[in-house]
Design a protein around this ligand. Sequence first.
Ligand code: NOJ
Length: 522
Amino acid sequence: MPGNTSTPDWWRGAAIYQVYLRSFADGNGDGTGDLAGLRSRLPYLADLGVNAIWLNPWYPSPMADGGYDVADYRSIEPVFGTLAEAEKLIEEAHDLGIRTIVDVVPNHASDQHAWFQEALAAGPGSEARERFWFRPGVGDGPPNGWQSIFGGPAWTQVPDGEWYLHLFAPEQPDFNWNNPVVREEFLEVLRFWFDRGVDGVRIDSAAVLVKDLDSVEESYTDHDGVHEIYREWRRVSDSYGGRILIGEVWLPDQERFANYLRPDELHTAFNFDFLSSAWEPAALRASIDLTLATHVPIGAPATWVLSNHDVARPVTRYGRAVTSWDNAERRDGMPSDLELGRRRARAAALLAMALPGSVYVYQGEELGLNEVEDIPEELIDDPMWERSGHTVRGRDGCRVPLPWSGTEPPFGYSTGEPWLPQPAGWRDLTVEAQEADLGSMLCLYRSALRLRRELLGDGTLTWLPYGDEVIAFRRDSGLVCLVNLGAEPAALPESGSVLLASGPLDGDLLPSDTAVWIMEAR
Ligand code: NOJ
């Protein structure tokens, strides 16, 4: 059965829910989400019908980049809880049929990591410095002109005059993956978490581990040498009986992307091409075709992703004049028609869930939350804000704590003050409000995930001819998915029974920006 977690290849058709722990649910009233909060809400995730959860980094961290600055890979951030609680979470989730995937961050650590502190103390030429990229500068400046992905130079100078490389914030020094000690350390980290029962890891910034520092041009993306690393990781995951490796691989070149999914490397990787696609029929169809053409020949299942903790929420994105996503051009604050965006996001959800492969749901997507664009400047936490000289507000707008219940903030999320303020307008979007409304986004997601478990997941699709404006395909089970992206209503098929629609149908017409699942008459 697709998505059945008891089968060894459960991941091929899974629905995976992304938990941004900091903002999911707060169990101790300090305003920050934690393991106690998550454990208390596991029944919600079981009701939603997901097969697995992926948690963003939960390790001790100064939170210079929301936990992607890891100070200790074998422990839990005290604000989130304890290792014992993490073990309980894994067990309780398993009891509910939910697998657990943790985030591993191999490209960089926190500057508070013991190894980096040791490297600072040990000084130039030491073995401790060889675990990172320390170099003398050129003249008064850094070793080269590489820029950080968050803005500003990718090098920071330490008091003894050397510089260290950080592709992200200065608090995130990059590991030197040419050093076998680094390689061995991460194999041990994988074993540590697999020994505690985790079912997979999501690999942060997976394509940038190997660097050529002699290059004047920035030279860190997708070096061939990175594949050797993942072959080693795969041997470890296979030795645990099929724990899975999921790559965060942002690469426009699909052939290069596919290399990460060879049978002895990663199991799956996030489909950012689909996430970035404009809400336009030709663009979406092309993205789906490209995805399948990339995955099918190598036997890897596709993934379908609409959002995560780094990108603007789909409700806001799809309501803008420009509906595609581009990391370099975030379009923060571009006006959005949220009603239109929500209608499209509902249709997009049915599209993503109907496609062959696995699907990701980022917390709050199932509630139809919008991007929060008016967080007061003094509360902005994302390092992009400082690094861009206050020109890019960054990613906090999709990381605002979830609204669970009640009519005013903190909406049952916490008994204290949430670490980012929640909009008062979310009173209509709480879990409690949506559970009581059969037409809500939450009810749509629940119904769709239930049907998906029975009828969809991995497999193949057959395109159906419904004209340029309608995306239409049939799945192996006989389920037909139609999405009308045109301005005019489109005719529904004459036979078959409607299982689910993203919005009201107009007799035998499918309105604009609406998706429907139909079971073919047999
Ligand atoms: C990708 C993560 O998703 C993002 O949140 C983080 O800032 C960077 N990698 C650096 O770790």
